[in-house]
Write a protein that binds this ligand. Structure first.
Ligand SMILES: Cc1cc2nc3c(=O)[nH]c(=O)nc-3n(C[C@H](O)[C@H](O)[C@H](O)COP(=O)(O)OP(=O)(O)OC[C@H]3O[C@@H](n4cnc5c(N)ncnc54)[C@H](O)[C@@H]3O)c2cc1C
Length: 432
């Protein structure tokens, strides 16, 4: 029976290397990381990335069947849990969002020529990418309605529109823009994806938007979220990924994987947060006992541990299903994972802040920053309400309505039960 919760020893050795590498090379940098300039960081980043590449662990989000160096979703989940412990690890291991999702999209929809031009350089870390779907004046949770348009003019597509919250767009080399090309194909065959290289006339980076994670936003830093305007922005016809009208389906490919990848990393952040909570609980006393001896604090610890373990199993099982059956059959589960784990990690972060008291609320500990940074979880990549609604509708499809009493109505079942009993009694009498 193939039902196994163990990691094979060879891969476990890779995971252990990752833990050691992140603990010894990356986490120690955290207190000064924000002060480093991009120029100072670049050579050190390349040096650290080199070690990950040498170890064969770079860019593992992209499955080999899509031409990537990955190991499948379950192994990626195990890796991501470790990567999630430290924010900068994503870049060092080449699994940084939104590049990872964009590369998945290109792997699914781009021609060989387009892959040579944009996918493989992105995978090697030579260029970076952004993905522009959300708009300020239309609900981002409903991608069937898009205000940005692309119309064909000779051998060019002309983009007009307004996007916002586009992660990394102010620093990315290319932006994958979702625009309506086929209004007659609404709701699902109306949009297309076009590559707009940085500096293309007509694409204006209006600003980087201040957020909970970065209220005092420093313009032009990776990790920012930009507002973009497109006015008579022209790109050649070969900058379209897939055919006109394929955009919605391609975007779903991208978003599906992205949802579980976020969840995988949140598990690592949640566990590190719980470690902080527990260390504090066994170190500080109030009212004559350690915090760890107060039952309500014990409840926080036990609940957090239980929630993390349950979320891990749910995430790993869905990753395993993706490896076995592909992403499409588990589409609703990918949303379920995102909605569930985003709540778990925020709850654990919140309890950690509570147990650490004023210290937890302060920026002397990393937890308040993680909380602010992770609060996007229930909103980004489609709000959790939507994912829960999709999940519920998927579940409900498996049920048929009944007339009258419910199937489980006990009085209605009684005659059949009595008949069954008589038959079993007769059968038993015959054999004794
Ligand atoms: C940190 C961050 C990074 C992001 N990066 C990108 C990016 O790189 N590219 C990009 O294109 N977008 C990006 N986004 C945008 C993100 O995808 C959208 O915020 C998200 O899809 C929700 O859209 P909205 O913000 O327009 O909210 P709306 O669609 O206006 O929804 C607002 C709220 O309404 C409720 N709601 C909406 N629909 C339903 C429903 N069907 N059922 C029940 N309740 C509902 C939910 O509570 C939801 O939170 C990013 C967002 C954040 C916060």
């Amino acid at each position: 029976m193939a039902w196994d919760f163990e990691t094979d020893p060879e891969f476990e050795a890779q995971l252990q290397w990752m833990r050691d590498f992140i603990d010894s090379e990356l986490i120690p940098l955290e207190p000064i990381f924000r002060e480093l300039s991009r120029e100072e960081w670049a050579p050190v980043k390349a040096y650290l990335q080199g070690q990950v590449k040498e170890r064969g662990l770079w860019g593992a989000f992209l499955d080999p069947k899509l031409g990537g160096p990955g190991f499948g979703q379950l192994k990626l989940a195990l890796m991501s849990e470790i990567i999630g412990r430290c924010m900068m690890s994503m870049t060092i291991f080449g699994v940084q969002a939104p590049d990872s999702g964009n590369m998945e999209l290109l792997a699914h929809g781009a021609t060989d020529e387009q892959k040579e031009r944009w996918l493989w350089p992105n995978l090697r870390g030579e260029i970076s990418s952004a993905f522009a779907l959300t708009e300020p004046f239309l609900a981002g949770s409903d991608p069937t309605v898009i205000g940005t348009t692309a119309t064909r003019d000779g051998d060019e597509w002309v983009i007009e529109g307004h996007k916002w919250f586009i992660t990394n767009a102010s620093v990315a080399d290319i932006t994958l823009v979702v625009a309506e090309t086929n209004p007659e194909g609404r709701p699902h065959k109306h949009a297309s994806i076009l590559i707009v290289p940085a500096g293309t006339p007509g694409m204006e980076v209006v600003r980087d938007i201040g957020t909970m994670a970065h209220p005092d936003v420093v313009e032009g830093r990776p990790g920012n979220h930009a507002e973009l305007r497109f006015r008579d922005c022209r790109v050649p016809l070969d900058h379209m990924i897939g055919a006109a009208g394929d955009g919605f389906v391609l975007a779903q490919q991208r978003l599906g994987g992205g949802r579980i990848h976020h969840a995988m990393r949140w598990l690592g952040q949640a566990q590190r947060s719980l470690d902080i909570m527990c260390e504090r609980a066994v170190s500080r006393s109030s009212h004559g006992s350690l915090l760890a001896q107060h039952q309500m604090v014990q409840d926080y610890v036990a609940l957090s541990h239980t929630e993390i373990q349950a979320a891990r199993l749910l995430t790993f099982q869905t990753a395993w299903k993706m490896d076995k059956y592909g992403a499409s059959p588990v589409c609703a589960e990918l949303g379920m994972i995102k909605a569930h784990v985003s709540k778990v990690v925020l709850a654990v972060l919140d309890r950690t802040i509570q147990v650490c008291g004023a210290l937890g609320y302060s920026s002397d500990l990393p937890v308040e920053e993680w909380y602010r940074g992770t609060r996007f979880g229930p909103i980004g990549d489609g709000p959790d309400e939507l994912h829960k609604s999709v999940l519920a509708r998927t579940i409900l499809k498996g049920y048929t309505p009944v007339e009258g009493w419910p199937t489980e109505h006990i009085p209605s079942r009684r005659p059949a039960a009595e008949e069954k009993w008589r038959a079993l009694q007769a059968a038993a009498a015959g054999t004794t």
